[in-house]
Structures are given as structure tokens and as C-alpha cells.
Write a protein that binds this ligand. Structure first.
Ligand code: AKB
Length: 315
């Protein structure tokens, strides 16, 4: 029987992951934690505890009190916020990670934390970005993600801690909104398409980025955590993707359901320069070979589901 502690549980990934984990392992098995509470299903459907991940003792106590055997560490600032507040990003993203790893080490927990396509950077091949390649990002978030990957590999090599991670692309979901990311434009486009039939994108036409629908991302976490360790040649962290799209491709897909949808542009130089550093389309062969992951939602299937769910919410 699993006992899971989730940090950053009320963020974009956590809100859906906690619900799924409770479905799979039981409500009481999953302790959701976050710096603040809200009325979401993740906060209300099982145990919840306020937790600031920069407080090492509090992270350890939360994991110990819950008798956790697994820590899923999600609390972090995303790329655009991290670029605006780099020192805070270092303190939260790296400080929180090392505190969560230390709690996992002390209690012998299996460990998951997400990395990102932001872990690539200048000099990384942009198309077919390999699993193992040059990683020299120029953003604070990217620096945090590469450092985090290395730190998690270190805990595996040095202490035998069962650390596992995924380099997520932009994640698209209809429940909890993302906050402070560069790929958030894609989520905003769907929301505004349903709300007002128009969207102004801060990311330029022709900027291709990997994306994935949240149900695939949630399945990926569960599948990787349950994967047979003897098959894993990599650990921190696996490339995964479902599609490579630019704003025009998403708009064209939306227009198949909302023909009058209008897209225009007012490019934000900061977020555009972050996006320009990231790959256009990554190679996810290692995830397929080592733990059998394949995304189920392509752009058209995701668009149909997103728009239907957003419409349902408006009613
Ligand atoms: C962001 O845009 O910062 C995130 C990411 C790709 O890691 N969605």
C-alpha cells in the first residue's frame, strides 16, 4: 500500500495528479500539501497540510507524520516568474528540491520531481532533441531544471534513492490554470476561445514548442513511478511529448469547432526569448523504450476535449 506526499499539490499538475493518485491508491494514502489552501478537489478530497517547502524541518515532519514511502515534489516557480524573480526562483526551486530529497533520503522514499523542456538551451539540437544532449540553458528556470536533474541523479548514485523524473513539455489543462509559465499561452487560447472567440498571443507565430494534454502527463507520472527499475537506463529526467505546435496550429484546430475564432499577436519579448531557447520538437524514444510511454492525445483529440470541458464549465 503506497503512502504518498505531494508538494505544490494545488498547482497545475498537482490538482489533477492528487485526484488520480487518490483514485488509484485510496484517499487517505495521499497527503496533499501546498503553501496555501483552496476549495479544489485536491485540497478537499483527502488529507491536506499547509507546507512551505523551503522549511526543511517542516518537509521532513510532513513526510514522517504521513509515513510516506513516496514523495512527489511539484512545488516550484515556472519559467516566466523565475525570470522575473531569479533569486526567489533559486531559493524555492533548488532549496525546496534539496529539502524534499533530504526528507526522502532520511525516510527511504521513492522520489519524483518534474523537469522541463527548459532544461535544454543554447546549442541543444532544436528538432529531434535527443534524450542525452548538450544542456546549457540561459534562463534561471532552465538552470534550476538542469541542476535539479543532476541533483536527483546524484542522490540515486550516492544514496541509492529511487529518484525518477520527466522533462515535461507545455502542459494543457482545463482545471487548475497554470501560472507564470511561457507555454501558458496555449491554455489561455482555449479559455479565451470559449469565453470571447478571440485571443492575443504573447508568443509569436511560427514558434514551435512541444505540448501535452494533462491526462497524458498524469498517466506518465504514474507509469514512470510504477515502472520496473531494472528497465530504466535513465532516471532524471525522461523526454516526453505529444505534439509540436505553434499558435497558428492551435488556432486552426480551435477553428474546426469555433469557426469565427480570431488570433492576433502582441509578442512579449521576455517570454518569446525564453521560448526561442527551447526545442521545437524533442525525441521521446527513451521513455517509450524504457517504460513504455506513448501519449494518447494528439492536437485534434486534445482540442475537442478541452473545448468540450471548458464549455461544460460555463454552463
Ligand atoms: C513553463 O512554461 O514554464 C512550463 C514548462 C515548459 O516547464 N510550462
Amino acid at each position: 500500500m503506497k503512502r504518498i506526499l505531494v508538494t505544490g499539490a494545488l498547482g497545475q499538475i498537482g490538482s489533477e495528479l492528487v485526484v488520480k493518485l487518490r483514485e488509484l491508491y485510496g484517499e487517505e494514502a495521499v497527503l496533499a500539501t501546498d503553501i496555501r489552501s483552496n476549495s479544489s478537489e485536491a485540497a478537499q478530497s483527502g488529507p491536506f497540510r499547509l507546507l512551505d517547502v523551503t522549511a526543511a524541518d517542516a518537509v521532513f515532519e510532513a513526510a514522517k507524520d504521513h509515513r510516506a514511502d513516496t514523495i512527489i515534489h511539484l512545488a516550484a516557480l515556472l519559467s516566466a516568474t523565475a525570470e522575473a524573480r531569479p533569486l526567489l526562483a533559486w531559493q524555492l526551486n533548488m532549496g525546496g528540491l534539496v529539502n524534499a530529497l533530504e526528507a526522502a533520503r532520511a525516510l527511504g522514499c521513492q522520489f519524483f520531481t518534474p523537469s522541463s523542456i527548459a532544461a535544454f538551451g543554447a546549442g541543444t539540437p532544436k528538432v529531434g532533441t535527443p534524450q542525452d544532449t548538450l544542456q546549457r540553458p540561459l534562463t534561471m528556470y532552465g538552470v534550476n531544471k538542469v541542476s535539479g536533474e543532476l541533483l536527483c541523479d546524484y542522490y540515486f548514485a550516492k544514496y541509492g534513492l529511487d529518484t525518477r523524473g520527466i522533462r515535461f513539455p507545455g502542459l494543457i489543462s482545463h482545471s487548475a490554470p497554470p501560472g507564470g509559465g511561457t507555454t501558458d499561452y496555449a491554455v489561455d487560447m482555449y479559455v479565451e476561445a470559449v469565453r470571447q472567440g478571440a485571443y492575443t498571443s504573447y508568443i509569436a507565430k511560427g514558434t514551435f514548442l512541444d505540448m501535452m494534454y494533462m491526462p497524458d502527463a498524469i498517466r506518465a507520472v504514474v507509469q514512470l513511478m510504477e515502472a520496473d527499475a531494472s528497465r530504466l537506463k535513465h532516471r532524471n529526467a525522461f523526454n516526453v511529448t505529444a505534439m509540436s505546435v505553434d499558435p497558428e496550429a492551435i488556432a486552426a484546430s480551435i477553428r474546426r469547432h469555433i469557426p469565427h475564432f480570431e488570433l492576433d499577436y502582441d509578442v512579449d519579448p521576455v517570454r518569446q526569448s525564453i521560448a526561442d531557447e527551447w526545442p521545437d520538437a524533442i525525441d521521446a524514444t527513451a521513455a517509450a523504450e524504457e517504460w513504455g510511454f506513448r501519449a494518447e492525445y494528439d492536437l485534434e483529440r486534445m482540442t475537442a476535449d478541452m473545448l468540450a470541458k471548458l464549455e461544460e464549465k460555463r454552463r
